[in-house]
Design a protein around this ligand. Structure first.
Ligand code: NAP
Length: 247
């Protein structure tokens, strides 16, 4: 049985990935931070497709929480061979000159420190747990990493660039141990993250100006993530895959 832990799986891209993975036969550990109702809804959707699932709530910025999430996932589902590092935040649009230090600290705490702590635990667990059989780690970055997000959130863009760099470096550290590490860069995807940054209409507004003329769906990103998790991507590591409709 293959088992995957997905951070930030109560909504959006994480939730779509959880359901897609379940359809491919993965057991899924669903992490979220605050929204228990949304977490329960993802759990029910996974069980609806006949897969095993468990909720592993926790804040990815807490070293203790992250370690506990992995322990709970393995005790409920068995050895993990997949981890999707998806939890992330945005913030209201501002130029860098107007950003205060609390905002910058929070952005890098969740998106960078949270991802690094999760990746470190993932590496420990995949190396140890699979007894050398390894597994796959997928980081959810953003097209912002190469676009820079001027006048919106250059802090967010930089935090995502850190994840691309982590994928490249960690892939080299773990390759001989059979653990693959890749990054997916979504473009403008229809989820509630835009409302949390104060722009509920952002995906529709900016999506129409992209080469494909529309925003992407969380399910379209999930497809790429689940492929990278799978053995079908057995020779893919250290890669950064754009899922951005040509943007
Ligand atoms: P979303 O709908 O806002 O969902 C975010 C998820 O992350 C929720 O499950 C949330 O759980 C969780 N989360 C936030 N902070 C957390 C923390 N400290 N610890 C644990 N979980 C936490 O976001 P989304 O649009 O699906 O985005 C998912 C990922 O894709 C993010 O990394 C985002 O940067 C990236 N991305 C999104 C887009 C896009 O256009 N949507 C584009 C490029 C990249 P709670 O609600 O319980 O806090």
């Amino acid at each position: 049985m293959k088992s995957v832990l997905i951070t930030g799986a109560s909504r959006g891209i994480g939730r779509a990935t959880a359901i897609r993975a379940a359809r491919e036969g993965w057991s899924v550990a669903v992490n979220y931070r605050t929204d228990r109702i949304a977490g329960d809804a993802t759990l029910a959707a996974i069980r609806d497709v006949g897969a095993q699932a468990v909720l592993v709530p926790g804040d990815v910025t807490s070293e203790t929480d992250v370690a506990r999430m992995f322990r709970e996932a393995e005790s409920a589902l068995g050895v993990l061979t997949g981890v999707v590092i998806n939890a992330g935040i945005v913030a209201p649009s501002l130029r860098l000159v107007d950003m205060d230090v609390d905002r910058l600290r929070r952005m890098f705490e969740v998106n960078v420190l949270g991802a690094y702590l999760t990746a470190r635990e993932a590496a420990r667990v995949l190396l140890r747990g699979a007894g050398g059989a390894g597994g796959s780690i997928v980081l959810v970055s953003s097209a912002a990493a190469r676009l820079g997000s001027p006048f919106e959130y250059v802090d967010y863009a930089g935090s995502k660039a850190a994840l691309d760099t982590l994928a490249v470096g960690l892939a080299k550290e773990l390759a001989e141990d059979g653990v693959r590490v890749n990054s997916v860069r979504p473009g403008i995807i229809t989820t509630n993250i835009h409302a949390s940054g104060g722009q509920p209409d952002r995906a529709e507004r900016l999506g129409s100006g992209t080469p494909m003329g529309r925003p992407g769906l969380p399910e379209e990103v999930a497809e790429a993530i689940v492929w990278l998790l799978s053995d079908a991507a057995s020779y893919v590591t250290g890669s950064i895959l754009d899922v951005s409709g040509g943007r």
